[in-house]
Design a protein around this ligand. Structure first.
Ligand SMILES: NC(=O)c1ccc[n+]([C@@H]2O[C@H](COP(=O)([O-])OP(=O)(O)OC[C@H]3O[C@@H](n4cnc5c(N)ncnc54)[C@H](OP(=O)(O)O)[C@@H]3O)[C@@H](O)[C@H]2O)c1
Length: 228
């Protein structure tokens, strides 16, 4: 296995954070599921840990208040809704951490899901996180993997994780962690500003899901035999 990380999942009581936390721990990483209330995080962590009983090499899973989870971790996954994102992220001491955002600012109306316009189209949730935590290194990843699949029965998803960021070493952390989800490293998909594309792209997957009654995902062709 690749490097083992200690990952704080902010919003770890929600389906996306819990599902990614489960996958990471199943692959040997240590996971601290964070919540605005430690009392809420602990039983969710117990549920994830129980599911990992008997899994060879699984990492420990615990629950804590968000700030305490961050203090214990070298990698922080932001898995909270866009509403309230800035207030929460601004309250955390993320200095020196590698921060991965999977936050999708989405909106819904009678025509379905669509991307919420962030900063008149010149911004994204991941870029907001970087502005709010200038001493952290923020990357975007895991925007397009479905919580249903993360907590589902598949060993690995037949999908790719696209990783965007401005610092190669930080992107490599998310690329490593993607192995826990898809069994292969994530794809370096460019600079952090491309989170403006990855975040609303999930609205397209939601439309596909509605049309065909599936949980769709992304797979990039043309990379066979290429080292990621
Ligand atoms: N669900 C998916 O399939 C999926 C797929 C890809 C990406 N995402 C993205 O991942 C993020 C999390 O998705 P989710 O479905 O797990 O979301 P969620 O269930 O709505 O929220 C996750 C957790 O965030 C915390 N939270 C809720 N409102 C908050 C607020 N105003 N301020 C701070 N914390 C708050 C809650 O935890 P506590 O009450 O315990 O603090 C909640 O359990 C979203 O940005 C979503 O766009 C989701």
């Amino acid at each position: 296995m690749l490097t083992s990380y200690t990952i704080a999942v902010i919003g770890g009581t929600g389906p996306q954070g819990k599902g990614l936390g489960y996958r990471f721990a199943r692959h040997g990483h240590t996971v601290v599921l964070g919540s605005r209330s430690a009392e809420k995080a602990v039983p969710v962590a117990e549920e994830v840990a129980a599911r990992l009983t008997g899994v060879d090499g699984a990492g420990a899973v615990s629950g804590a208040a968000n700030a305490e989870a961050v203090a214990q971790a070298d990698v922080v996954l932001l898995a909270v809704p866009w509403d309230g994102h800035d207030e929460l992220v601004g309250s955390l001491d993320l200095a020196g951490k590698t921060v991965i955002s999977c936050v999708n600012p989405l909106a819904f109306d009678k025509r379905g899901a669509h991307g919420a316009v962030v900063d008149a189209g010149e911004g994204s949730a991941a870029e907001h996180a970087q502005q709010l935590a200038p001493e952290a290194t923020v990357v975007g990843a895991f925007h397009n993997v479905s919580a249903v699949h993360l907590w589902g029965e598949y060993d690995y998803l037949d999908e790719d994780v696209l990783v965007v960021g401005d610092v190669v070493e930080a992107k490599q952390v998310a690329q490593d962690l993607a192995v826990a989800v898809t069994s292969r490293r994530g794809i370096d998909a460019g600079k952090l500003r491309l989170a403006r594309v990855l975040e609303p792209l999930t609205a397209v997957l939601i439309s596909v899901n509605r049309k065909y009654k599936v949980n769709s995902g992304l797979r990039i062709s043309g990379l066979e035999g290429i080292e990621r």
